[in-house]
Design a protein around this ligand. Structure first.
Ligand code: GLV
Length: 311
């Protein structure tokens, strides 16, 4: 490869100038070129949800760098070569805002803000005592770079925190569970569940009726991972039955959430438009630069995706 590697970039057209500027600042020794159907094949690519024809049009790639933590959209592209190494963002500034989002949702729940909004709409003075975080057991589902920061933030805010991951983890102050045997002990009696799992074959439909029914009566679900984890009709049934107290959802099976979807108008559901973990350009570009440098030097680079696991 030449001294100034050429790297094609494919992401939302509206962010074109800003991505090229951020990536060029982080990796000045490379030449970044915005992808078009006519551009020359390159050896490296930086992408976020590239067009369907991208990989057929770029047959010489030796690595691709994903401008997000989730690679589900990338792995779904039919022309993605099976052996092409993929690197993803691991945190890149997303974990802290996601932890603040989770904390805000939990505090809103403990302080009954939804009930007070309804009372205000009815001009009703209806005091309710706030609940104490120390009496609230929160489960964090997924303990990677983002989940670990969320779990730590919740421990610092005084919550009792459990964590769950496929493999065993140790985190100070967090009661960690893993594997099939740890699933029920993790869920049983949780007052709130925060999910940051990636979308994989294993996580699809994981939060179904059986799983969500294990949470404590009145529990809150906060989903910041991917919509595919939640069986929407099961969640609605448990909210309607009064078993679950509420859901704060940032991610959905279909995005944008279709206008006819019952989540939009459900009184116990709060919808945000996939904004909890927005990629921060400067941090993302720095992380991609470090990955590109490692790949060019033939060193192991952080964030390499294991295709079998799906993240
Ligand atoms: C956002 O959803 C991401 O995967 O980075």
């Amino acid at each position: 490869m030449s001294a100034a590697p050429r790297i094609v970039v494919a992401a939302a057209e509206s962010s074109r100038e800003r991505w090229i500027a951020a990536l060029s600042a982080a990796l000045p020794e490379a030449r970044f070129e915005w992808w078009s159907p006519r551009c020359e094949p390159a050896e490296l690519a930086v992408v976020w949800k590239p067009p369907a024809e991208f990989f057929a049009q770029q047959p010489r790639l030796r690595a691709v760098f994903n401008l997000g933590a989730g690679v589900d959209a990338l792995l779904a592209l039919p022309d993605l070569p099976a052996d092409l190494p993929i690197y993803r963002l691991q945190d890149a500034g997303m974990a802290e805002p996601m932890a603040r989002y989770a904390l805000a949702a939990l505090l809103r729940h403990l302080h009954h803000f939804d009930a007070f909004e309804r009372a205000q709409a009815a001009t009703r003075w209806a005091p309710l005592p706030p609940r104490d975080p120390a009496e609230c057991v929160v489960g964090v589902l997924g303990l990677g770079a983002i989940g670990a920061v969320i779990a730590r933030t919740l421990v610092s805010a005084g919550f009792r925190v459990r964590g769950y991951a496929r493999s065993a983890h140790t985190l100070a102050g967090v009661d960690c569970h893993a594997g099939r045997a740890g699933w029920a002990p993790f869920l049983d009696g949780l007052d709130a569940l925060v999910s940051v799992l990636p979308a994989t074959a294993q996580s699809r439909d994981l939060l179904d009726h059986a799983a969500l029914a294990r949470l404590a009566t009145g529990a809150l679900l906060v989903n910041l991972g991917r919509g595919q984890h939640v069986v929407d009709r099961d969640l609605i049934a448990l909210l309607d039955a009064g078993h679950l107290g509420g859901a704060v959802l940032d991610v959905f099976r279909e995005e944008p959430l279709p206008p006819e979807h019952p989540f939009w108008h459900h009184p116990k559901v709060r919808v945000t438009p996939h904004v909890a973990g927005v990629t921060r350009m400067a941090e993302a570009a720095e992380q991609v630069a470090a990955q590109v440098r490692a790949v060019l030097a033939e060193r192991p680079a952080p964030g390499r995706v294991d295709r079998r696991r799906g993240y």
